[in-house]
Design a protein around this ligand. Sequence first.
Ligand code: FNR
Length: 193
Amino acid sequence: MKLLVFAGSTRTASWNRKLATATANLARASGAEVTHLELGDFDVPMYNADLESRGTPADVMRLKEITAAHPAWIICTPEYNASYPALLKNTLDWISSPVKGDPLWSDEFRSTRGKVVGVLSASPGSLGGLRSQSHLVPLLFNLQCWVAPKTFALARAADAFDAGGALASEAARNAVQAVVEQVITAARRLNPD
Ligand code: FNR
């Protein structure tokens, strides 16, 4: 199963990137073929329909291809003002915006339809970014994703990783593993070939 993992932060010391790395490692150990995507590697401007009318940016097309090629995703979202960050909204808006006249990409949901998505969050705070998830999930439904019922919010993220970057607590590892397994199981059932 091809699993895409990405964090909604480009910050160098991002807790959500650390969580994405730990998640990718757990998923690989479970046999998944994991792509850990760094959104900072893509040159994606703030969405603007005038700009888009002059041509969808090349890195947006790359993102569309990559997301489309992965039946299973896990998103690690930061929490900004009790919601998810603009980076995630902008990325998901771009990949779900149709490329007019293109035989494949005029289908707005080609990158997102039917994806099984696990939602994780991490925050230095005591709620672990939980409130960001309740905003992100309806957006994913709108993109025609299947959102895994199991989720996990990593609280007190500054104390949650060991020196090697792994999740320090067994409870946190088990919670992430449970999301990974649910996402992979559901994606296999929805994509039997
Ligand atoms: C935050 N942060 C934050 N944290 C939280 O738990 N709940 C919140 O509502 C907010 N709001 C918020 C707004 C803004 C504008 C910023 C910049 C930050 C703190 C946030 O969780 C913290 O910066 C994390 O470290 C961001 O995630 P990464 O970059 O570490 O993955």
